[in-house]
Structures are given as structure tokens and as C-alpha cells.
Ligand binder design. Structure first.
Ligand code: SF4
Ligand code: SF4
Length: 406
């Protein structure tokens, strides 16, 4: 695709990257076939090819409008289009560049600004988020349906984490909303790792990965969060921890992008690259360990929802399924497993109608094999799907943890 950037666009720090990505698109439209929003809305501008074209127009000097912003807002950043594209178009980076330009040019209404500011505030303090969840549980009957659906269905079990005792050590990202929404996930991961002879080292200074702010009109704040985490992890990496493990694939996808996003920051580029290289999803760590020796799978019917951030961003589609099958779990068939559930970070709160449609479609597919449980690998998907009040949804590591042989 030919491009002719405006003088203003040429001044952007990522102008060259945007131009390279735009030029790699041959406008074939194959990506539309797997785009969830294109499937639902049938509008060219709600598919990847149309959005690429909108961003191109803006970078070539045409004015950004509220309509441009709306079509970009409706994108889930699920990256399904990247998995489908035969030309390897790096869509998500172009979208991030385009969104920043459009959001600078098109001020949002006060209600949207307040929502986005509030959501970013949640990431800043996991303790504040936990307090909000406790308050939400008390006032649940009076909350709007889509907010009530975000509260965990059952009260969370008490966390029991083994103290570090092994020579092999890893760091684990605690995250921002996961400690409140699913506190047993990291505890379960720590117990399984401990049984395999790997201890989890606490690093309380690291918190949110930064993705939430980065994708909510605050890219600079998201990158600042990334630098903060790099500073917190660096002494532990120097001391020989093997990896930075993530149990939420959304966070993992973002940490694996630190190297790219901070490549032009002379103070952090090299460290960010190393951090990204040492970041591993839990399934990558456990996939190489002799789990069969410590697990005895129960005969339960399980459906796996593979998050977009695991399959399309981290290219680890099928890894959780392979691990659970190896351990003897009874996995049901899930049609259209490449599709997004509609969670997509904060999308279920910023685009609730589309998110609900995508969630219900995904649950219909997941439940078609009549599973007793649905498992996934990202707290956002877990909470969004579980919020429908249908088949219970957990992180897959909780299932493995429950199956640990005595
Ligand atoms: S992003 Fe890829 S699949 Fe989509 S129109 Fe461009 S080249 Fe074709
Ligand atoms: S990231 Fe997902 S929603 Fe956005 S254009 Fe690509 S396939 Fe469609």
C-alpha cells in the first residue's frame, strides 16, 4: 500500500514504524474473515482492513472524527487478524499508533473520560480494587447488571502459598485486578511450582504490567509502569531467578512487548529487551516439567477457552490443551476456538453491548460439549465469562493444583 504521510505525522516518534506497517498491507481483506467485530457488525470500517485504512487517512492528513474514534474503539485488540494475515501485518502496533493520534485530536465526552480515568485508577492500587470488590459484594443487588457481573461469583478461598525453599527460583507478576478477582490463581501456581522444586520469589514493588493504562488513552503512563517493573525485577534477575512468570496471558503479552515498546528509550532499551526475553507464561514453564509425576487428573469434562493474548499475541494456542490432555483431563471439543470472548482488557466496560454478544456466542461454543468446568489462562476472560452465571470458569492452574497427588 502506498503512503503519503502529512508533515505532522512525519514528526511522530513512531512514524517510520507506522509507514512500514501500512506498506506491508496489500489490502486483500483476508483478515476480515476472522475479525469478531466485522462478523458481528458487517461494516468494513469495523474490520481490520477498514481500520488500517482509517489510520492511513489520518496519518496522511485527513481529520480524525468521532466516527474514526468509534471504529478504532470497537477493535478488541484481539490480534486474530494478525494470525490470519498472509502478509504478516503488525496490526496491533499500527492500531496503538493510530489510537494515540486520534485520541489527541478527538476529545472524548466527560462521561467517557471519567470512566477511563476510573479504570486506570483501579490498576494503580490492587488494595483499592479489593476494597471496591468487597463494597460491590455488599451492594450487588443495586448495581447495574454489567457491573454486578464483574464481581466474583463465590467468595475467594484463603490463599496458602509455600515459603521459598528451593534453589530454582522464579518471579511471578501479581498484577492489578487478579489479586482481587481470582486470588487463588497465583497461589495455586506457587503450590504446583513448589511441588516441582521451583520457588516463587515475592517482588511486591512490581504490580500492574501497564497494559491497562496503555490501552486506555494513557500510553505514557503504561510505559512508565513498565519501567517501574523493570527496576523492581532487575536485582532478582541479576541474582539468578530463572524467569518472570505470568498467570494472566494479557499481562504476559504486554511484558513480552516491553522490549519493542521501549526500544527507543536509551536508559531502558537493553533491560526491557532482556525482561521480555525472560517473561514466560505459566504454561511455558510447566510444559517442560514432569507434571505427570505429581498430578492425578480427575475424570471431569473440561472446556478450554484459549485467550486471544495467549493464542494470537503469544502464539501459544493449544499449549494449555496439550498440557491438560497430557495429564489425562477429559477435554471437550470447542468450535471456533480462535474467537475472542469480548473481555479484551476493559472492553466489556467500554463496549458492553458488543462484549456481551461475543461472550454469549463464546459460551455457547464452549458449552456445546457439556463441560462441568470451563478453564482459561487470563483473569479478564475468566471474570467476563464467569460473570454470565453459566458454567463456572476458573484458571486452568487451579484444576492442576486440585489434582496434585497427596
Ligand atoms: S492486514 Fe493482512 S489480511 Fe488484512 S488486508 Fe492487510 S494484508 Fe490483507
Ligand atoms: S484486533 Fe481483533 S477486533 Fe481488532 S481488527 Fe483485528 S481481529 Fe478485528
Amino acid at each position: 500500500m502506498q503512503t503519503r504521510f502529512s508533515d505532522e505525522a512525519r514528526q511522530l516518534p513512531r512514524a517510520e514504524e507506522a509507514e512500514r506497517i501500512l506498506r506491508s498491507c496489500v489490502h486483500c481483506g483476508f483478515c476480515n474473515a476472522t475479525c469478531p467485530t466485522y462478523q458481528l457488525l458487517g461494516d468494513e470500517l469495523d474490520g481490520p482492513r477498514g481500520r488500517i485504512y482509517l489510520i492511513k487517512q489520518v496519518l496522511e492528513g485527513q481529520p480524525a472524527t468521532t466516527s474514526t474514534q468509534l471504529h478504532l474503539d470497537r477493535c478488541l485488540s484481539c490480534r486474530n487478524c494478525e494470525s490470519t494475515c498472509p502478509s504478516g501485518v503488525d496490526y496491533h502496533n499500527l492500531l496503538d499508533i493510530g489510537r494515540a493520534v486520534v485520541d489527541r485530536a478527538v476529545p472524548r465526552p466527560a462521561s467517557q473520560r471519567a470512566l477511563r480515568l476510573g479504570l486506570r485508577g483501579l490498576a494503580a492500587s490492587p488494595e483499592r480494587f479489593k476494597t471496591l470488590l468487597r463494597l460491590g459484594a455488599v451492594f450487588r443487588p443495586w448495581l447495574p447488571t454489567n457491573l454486578a457481573a464483574k464481581l466474583p461469583r463465590a467468595s475467594a478461598p484463603v490463599e496458602v502459598r509455600p515459603a521459598p525453599r528451593h534453589a530454582r527460583k522464579v518471579l511471578m507478576l501479581e498484577g492489578c485486578v487478579q489479586p482481587g478477582l481470582s486470588p487463588n490463581t497465583n497461589a495455586a501456581a506457587a503450590r504446583v511450582l513448589d511441588r516441582l522444586g521451583i520457588s516463587v520469589v515475592a517482588c511486591e514493588e512490581a504490580g500492574c504490567c501497564g497494559a491497562l493504562a496503555y490501552h486506555l488513552d494513557a500510553q505514557a503512563a503504561g510505559l512508565e509502569r513498565a519501567r517501574h517493573n523493570i527496576d523492581a525485577w532487575w536485582p532478582h534477575l541479576d541474582a539468578g531467578v530463572e524467569a518472570i512468570v505470568q498467570t494472566a496471558s494479557g499481562c504476559g503479552a504486554f511484558i513480552k512487548d516491553y522490549g519493542h515498546l521501549l526500544a527507543h528509550d536509551p536508559a531502558y532499551a537493553a533491560k526491557a529487551k532482556q525482561v521480555s526475553e525472560r517473561a514466560l507464561d505459566l504454561v511455558q514453564v510447566l510444559g517442560n516439567e514432569p507434571l505427570e509425576q505429581i498430578c492425578a487428573a480427575r475424570n471431569q469434562r473440561i472446556a478450554v477457552h484459549c485467550p486471544c493474548t495467549l493464542q494470537h499475541a503469544q502464539k501459544l494456542g493449544g499449549a494449555v490443551e496439550a498440557l491438560l490432555a497430557r495429564l489425562g483431563f477429559n477435554l471437550t471439543d470447542v468450535p471456533d476456538s480462535h474467537l475472542c470472548c469480548g473481555s479484551a482488557g476493559t472492553y466489556s466496560l467500554t463496549q458492553p453491548a458488543l462484549a456481551r454478544q461475543l461472550r454469549d456466542n463464546r459460551l455457547n461454543a464452549l458449552e456445546s460439549g457439556q463441560p462441568e468446568w470451563i478453564v482459561t489462562a487470563n483473569v479478564g476472560c475468566q471474570s467476563h465469562l464467569d460473570g454470565a452465571g453459566r458454567t463456572p470458569v476458573r484458571h486452568w492452574i487451579e484444576l492442576v493444583d486440585q489434582s496434585l497427588a497427596e
